[in-house]
Design a protein around this ligand. Structure first.
Ligand SMILES: Nc1nc2c(ncn2[C@@H]2O[C@H](COP(=O)(O)OP(=O)(O)OP(=O)(O)O)[C@@H](O)[C@H]2O)c(=O)[nH]1
Length: 322
């Protein structure tokens, strides 16, 4: 080959190397034994390690954060099959654990990365090296994470009653429907308790709406303190509450209802200089074979509640057919 041609090839090679060095993506070349052969400026600036420090060093020794078994498994198929392989940040947040210095996405502690492994075949077609390309996808990942957080928050809000923090009627009914179906499937029994503040209109009339609101909130707190974590409580209407007592019979629910009723009876709500005593009436309905859907379950618990109101309030009644 004439000298001028060699010079030209070398020049082109230098230009290519300069370009690779300055790409805004990470580029690492590994030999067949996973020793580092090339380390571009992106890798240098994010790892703080110069190319001469890592050259000919075993990848897994220099970067113990890389799961060796997983990486070898992936890379061997690239070596053997001459195929590319990809890993996204959703599968693994990063390959190299680089600190994130980006001001806009300061929220992320580490750089999120997508990575691609590419086979580098020599003239005889044998893959003797592989290239790792690292893409910094921190902005994209953070946006996605934030969007998910916002959606989760929105979902929570759409399920929750603002005043009490209990589930709202719509979402609670969905839960009841699920529980209804679960009990029918498994043969377990759960009991529905519905209760309502007595003469609440008078509370509002006598002390004003804000104090009425406070009474509604305090009652929700008492309910939450009294029930189990697995029970599912909701605000059914203005001053009407519901709770699904999971895996609980009517008799057990009656004890629960009495505890709740007594706590309320003993509570004094202090608000805006007022001291409010009040009571609740409760209806109980255990799920039975005769109940055909969750709406009927609610109706029957409501009938229990109605009987409590009829019999003078501040009492709990288990629904029975007569
Ligand atoms: N402060 C306040 N009042 C509410 C809210 N939602 C409903 N109410 C009031 O709750 C009262 C319910 O009154 P009624 O349905 O007549 O029942 P009650 O006075 O509790 O009588 P009984 O249930 O028969 O003991 C109404 O005056 C509503 O305005 C709320 O979010 N805040």
């Amino acid at each position: 080959m004439p000298n001028s041609q060699v010079d030209e090839d070398l020049k082109q090679m230098h230009a290519l190397m300069a370009m690779l060095q300055n790409l805004d993506v990470g580029l690492v070349i590994l030999d067949r034994n996973y020793n580092i052969q090339l380390w571009n400026s992106f890798m240098e600036s994010h790892s703080g390690m110069y190319p001469h420090e890592v050259r000919d060093r075993l990848l897994f020794e220099e970067f113990p954060e890389i799961n060796e078994d997983w990486f070898r498994h992936k890379a061997e198929s690239v070596f053997l099959l001459n195929n590319r392989a990809f890993t996204t940040w959703e599968q693994r947040p990063y390959l190299f654990k680089f600190k994130n210095y980006r001001p806009i996405t300061g929220k992320a502690e580490f750089m999120y990365q997508n990575s691609t492994l590419i086979p580098l075949a020599s003239a005889n077609g044998v893959v003797e090296r592989i290239g790792i390309i690292i893409y910094d996808v921190t902005d994209q990942a953070i946006n996605r994470v934030e969007l998910k957080e916002a959606n989760d928050q929105l979902k929570r809000l759409s399920r929750t009653d603002k005043l009490t923090g209990l589930y709202n009627r719509g979402y609670w009914e969905e839960c009841l429907n699920k529980e209804f179906k679960r009990c029918k499937r498994t043969g377990n029994t759960s009991t529905l308790l519905m209760f309502d503040i007595d003469h609440f209109k008078k509370v509002n009339d006598q002390y004003g709406h804000p104090t009425g609101d406070e009474v509604i909130k305090v009652t929700a707190n008492i309910l939450q303190e009294t029930m189990r974590e697995t029970d599912i409580a909701g605000r059914y209407g203005g001053e009407e509450y519901v709770v699904i007592l999971i895996n609980c019979s009517a008799e057990q629910a009656y004890h629960f209802a009495e505890r709740l009723r007594t706590k309320v009876e003993q509570t004094v709500v202090e608000h805006q200089g007022f001291k409010v005593n009040y009571t609740v009436s409760l209806g109980i309905c255990e799920l039975a074979d005769t109940i055909v859907n969750h709406s009927q379950w609610i109706e029957l618990a409501d009938q229990g509640l109605y009987r409590s109101k009829e019999s003078g309030r501040n009492t709990a009644t288990i629904y029975t057919r007569n």
